[in-house]
Design a protein around this ligand. Structure first.
Ligand code: GTP
Length: 267
């Protein structure tokens, strides 16, 4: 069993709260209401994970299961070039890209290299999503001995298809069973290939519709057993967001503040 890796958000307050960053061999559930910025986190981590360990990354590639058509390459570009110059330079050196970070050709090459390492798969429905998680294991295996082994598996959103397809009380048990199987598959990729698994989950916008607590993720405690780290994301003033760590093993609960900017997530 490989040593657990820590993937940094590159936001000191958040990383400190997480004990160094998002852990590999674990599932991290990010939940929050519509527009809170859950997809901003999956995009930022898809950039950060590729950085060398000295820069907070894991020198790895990404499998991105996209169920809501949220993946945006332009956002990856903005976040990549929103990194500090020395971090960009380190990323260029790591990839043996010649030239300076001010050089347009070198920047294009760097961006292409980052995009190439994000394996995006769109999930059209919940069964397809389950299939893609099984497929993720094959992709992780394929890249295991490569220069950039898979170190991050994102599912954005984990629950949207399940919620849309399994409607009503009578379907709850069925939905839970399917989700559990799916999470088990995701967990296995994380464990076998030393990857961080990050899933997003939208909270109920109508607090009375489910269990009555707006801070409870959809599906109640469906993810309760599986997601080792649970993070609640909440809008604050302007571009500020509150990131709350809830029920993490061996870590105290806590809160941190970050901003969603044009250049990505910032302190
Ligand atoms: P759902 O998928 O709808 O549940 O939302 P989410 O939580 O995934 O939110 P998402 O990550 O889509 O973030 C939406 C918010 O992030 C917006 O309200 C903006 O504040 C911010 N945001 C998204 N894209 C950009 C961008 O390109 N530039 C800037 N500055 N902010 C952005």
């Amino acid at each position: 069993r490989e040593r657990i890796g820590k993937l940094e958000w590159l936001i000191p307050e958040v990383d400190e709260m997480l004990g160094g960053g998002v852990e590999t061999q674990s599932i991290t559930e990010v939940y929050g209401e519509f527009g809170a910025g859950k997809s901003q986190i999956t995009h930022q981590l898809s950039v950060n994970v590729q950085l060398p360990p000295e820069q907070g990354g894991l020198g790895g590639s990404v499998i991105f299961i996209d169920s809501e058509d949220t993946f945006r390459p332009e956002r990856i570009e903005e976040m990549l070039f929103g990194l500090e110059d020395d971090v960009l330079q380190a990323a260029m050196d790591q990839r043996e890209i010649e030239g300076s970070i001010d050089d347009e050709e070198a920047r294009d090459e760097l961006l292409q290299s980052f995009l190439d390492k994000i394996h995006v798969a769109k999930a059209f429905n919940s069964n397809h999503q389950i299939l893609l998680a099984e497929k993720a294991q094959e992709i992780a295996s394929e890249y295991e001995d490569s220069e950039f082994p898979v170190r991050l598996l994102c599912v954005d959103s984990l629950t949207a298809h399940f919620r849309a397809e399994y409607v009503g009380r009578g379907e709850l048990a069925n939905r839970q069973q399917k989700l559990n199987k799916h999470l088990h598959d995701l967990d296995r990729v994380g464990n076998l290939y030393n990857a961080a698994v990050v899933v997003t989950n939208q909270v109920q916008s109508n607090p009375d519709a489910f269990f009555g607590d707006p801070t409870k993720p959809i599906g109640g405690n469906i993810l309760g057993h599986k997601s080792t780290f649970r993070m609640y994301l909440r809008k604050s003033k302007g571009n500020k967001r509150i990131v709350k760590l809830v029920d993490a093993p061996n870590l105290p609960d806590g809160e941190a503040v970050m901003r969603v900017t044009g250049e990505g997530l910032k302190p």
